[in-house]
Design a protein around this ligand. Sequence first.
Ligand SMILES: Cc1cc2nc3c(=O)[nH]c(=O)nc-3n(C[C@H](O)[C@H](O)[C@H](O)COP(=O)(O)OP(=O)(O)OC[C@H]3O[C@@H](n4cnc5c(N)ncnc54)[C@H](O)[C@@H]3O)c2cc1C
Length: 477
Amino acid sequence: MTREHFDAVVVGAGSGGGILAPRLSDDPSRRVLLLEAGPDFPDDLELLPGFYSAGHQLQHMFVGDYDWGYASEPLPPENGSRSIRLPRGRLVGGSSMTNAQMFIRPAPFDFDRWAAAGAGAGTWAWDAVRPCYEAVEREIQCKRYPSGGWQPVQHAFADALRGFGYRDHDDVNAPDAWHGIIGSTKFNRINEVRQGTLVTTIRRARSRANLTIRAETLVDRVLLEGGRAVGVRAIGPDGVARDIRADQVVLCAGAYATPALLMRSGIGPAAHLREHGIAVVADLPVGERLLDHAALYWYFVNHELADMRGPGAAVMARHQGNDWLGVATTMDEAAGLCTFGFVTTTDNAGGPLRLRSTDPAAAPIINHRYDTEGHRSAETLVHELLATEQFRGSTFLDAGRPYAEIVAERIGTSYHPAGTAAIGTVVDDDLRVLGIDGLLVADASVFPAQISNNTNLTCLMIGEVAARKLGATPRAA
Ligand SMILES: Cc1cc2nc3c(=O)[nH]c(=O)nc-3n(C[C@H](O)[C@H](O)[C@H](O)COP(=O)(O)OP(=O)(O)OC[C@H]3O[C@@H](n4cnc5c(N)ncnc54)[C@H](O)[C@@H]3O)c2cc1C
């Protein structure tokens, strides 16, 4: 086997890794290797149509060829015992290049949940992380759509909510934009081109001599010697496994793949590792919990309100009791089909995530569990909305059906898996794997508790925190 050496190897070029590797390479003396299982698109001309957001529909997200194709194990009976599709980006840029681009900060009070779950205030309090959000927001631009560009169904949604006492907020990312607000959603999208890490942070750094980006390279495991990470074993496009040595290894493979990588390396629940014949290096609760947000959609027909122009989630509402955030959009203009979509803001702890086999190409066993109670207030609101003047003439397609039946039929992921290698149980406040030198995690896996909102901006923030922990200098505001 050929052996190379880098100062830092970053595994996974998605949201966390797509911030971290470029930031580490700001120091020209640090040799950084960014490894990614999916393909790379280094040239503007190669950008495929799917990278253009074009999307007004919630289901209009770019999956397919550049997706891992994960599916859950059957959900619990109260969630309908269904297996659900779990999209994850597989390309340079990761899920930041396949997501719905809602560019949303968490609530400051989310970090109280993090503290309660064991995260230290020195790094993870709102005041401590806010400069890292601001640094990311300087690197990745976003926009919002003025109300003139909203769909009629979105105007009706906002008007009806105003009638229920919701207030307009002109910045949904402001610290006080909670508890009963309506606002124009922020999207990391410019000229309708998504601003994932492929076309922003990675693009700006890729010509640096000290940053090597290697795509179509699947990392099998971390190499560990005497309680220290010394590199990774990776399978390149030629199918050959090579050992690459590094002083620091940072896993940014996402909330499904990072725990699998840790377990294949001997870091995880000891009994489970032994079932697969893996020598236990560190007995840690990797994959024990799997967070997400539960999404639930309600359907109605209204030909006057259905209009596909304008983005699908142009306006968002947050519930007064902070149970959910909601949007309204057109699904099929010709059919007059519209939906109210709600995403809970609570924890929804599922799990466990386990290895199916030691084959690095095998998908892990993914067990999700969704909170069925968080959507109760949304169900009530759907009935109230459809009774308003703004929604007159609507035909409610779910009329008369029991709540439990609708939940069992369609509750599912809002694409926000997190928490499988959490701060406080698997990594410390500095994102270092407990008991192992030279190994960090910097992606959605480290969330010690769920945030009240979409997760991408927080994964980007974690990449920035990791860069600073590894000595990258904060940039001037
Ligand atoms: C369809 C969809 C819609 C979403 N919509 C939104 C939204 O509108 N707003 C929002 O805030 N969030 C949204 N999200 C969630 C958000 O995009 C994710 O939380 C975030 O991108 C996760 O970042 P990450 O760094 O943890 O993982 P990722 O960005 O998924 O990066 C992981 C990377 O690691 C690579 N990798 C995995 N295993 C290996 C391996 N063994 N070897 C090498 N490379 C590997 C992957 O290919 C991938 O590129 C959405 C997600 C999806 C999938």
